[in-house]
Design a protein around this ligand. Sequence first.
Ligand SMILES: [Zn+2]
Length: 506
Amino acid sequence: MNAVRIIRNALICDGTGGEIYPGSIRIDGDRIAEIVPHGEISGAKGAEVFDAQGCVVSPGFIDAHSHSDAALLAAPDAFSKRTQGITTEILGNCGHSLFPVTPKNADQVASDCAAAGVKPSWTTWRDYCAAVDEARPAVNFAVLCGHNALCAAYPGIEDQCAALDKMLTEGCPGLSSGLLYAPGRTVPPSDLLRLAAVLKATDAIYTTHLRSEGARLLESLEEAVAFASAGSGRLHLSHFKTAGEANWGKLDAALELLGKARANGLRITADRYPYTYSQTSLSVILPPRYDSMRDREIQEKLSGDSAECEHLIAELADSRRVKRAILTAVSKPEFMPYCGMTLEDSAVRAGMPSAAAFAVTVLRDDGARAMAAFGGMSPENLRRILAEPWVCCGTDENVRNRDESLGRGHPRAFGSFPLFLKMAEELCGLSEAVRRVTSFPASLFRLKDRGVIKPGYFADLTVFDPAKLDCKADFAHPHTPAEGIVRVYVNGEPTDGGKRAGRALM
Ligand SMILES: [Zn+2]
């Protein structure tokens, strides 16, 4: 017999952007069975009754941009996601997916998985979905095909098209690209156009981490528009931003460009995390001669060449970017007290002459990849982007444990959704803000019967107190859980009950 659950005394915000009203909801098994506006559910003997005490009940939040591809297998409890109200993650973003696997890229996929302690047992999209499903994750997931993975697995464009076509007909929601990264960045445009044409038959979405989000933002947007025009006409911009202070003024031109493309019939959407700091390897501060070197090679170079270290310190001495960067993750205990501090403050505390000297010391002495956060985004542009009705929320992060056993995350791993809702509510009201994290992303990625509170729909639900929504996670304490999320249901099961009820949405 199906478990019957009731949520009573709730404010129902159904995900469509319509009016919020008081009422109660009956869940039968994994679906919503009945909604009683302004009243109580009757005849509910044996049901588990949850009193929402006037809190809002909305559809579960959908993380349009997740990188949990390997992590969800290692941490199926999905702590950092479910605690901020997320019930579904979209994987396979930025051109990066863990399939298809052929002898050409098997080693690469194995090493991507090894970081999370996972061994790949799959080769196709379908088998990958089945493997994650078997791990019984606490949240649902849907998976895009990553363009870089596709290129690495199949060097020939004919094979790429055939493999993509097969995935799309089996239910894969679309193709993601990461044209900033290899091997995608060197692919000829004619190949990209061929792949776009494959998306047409199933009206599948094309999502992209643009070739440039800063200096060549507008050119990169044009490229994405051309690609989507040759395909299904659906374009989704990943973590849409104007990166680097010199490019903050480009937002008007970017919005105009997108508006024109939309007038020509393109369906353009985007996701964004509500933070102005990105996080990446500290080594990105190094001058271009280091571009082709891996982190280990950089460390070896700096360890064996003190003259080069002195030269670098002088070269980076005046960089505001270096001074303001925040150290976020290191492997050596002696550097851990500096995590969460700017490099400038760290230098003072460490008694070093400059931020550059501190940075070079970390790059030289830290065994693994030291990470840093760079505040290259405009707070005003963030507000303007979140005000757009075609922008949903994406964490751009993988699942994290409460502790740092699976690595140290960006604060957005824990706080994106409460902060997005808080900011968006001020800009467009709560009901519309909720639509943007529920029915809207559900429609983008074809999540059938999800994203709306409606009889017959799956009971993915988030109960929250809008007045308390917040997350105090920062770079010093990134693993700080969100506040204001009261209870989360995935396929009818409360996630705090210890039962993991997520599944593959395919
Ligand atoms: Zn990306």
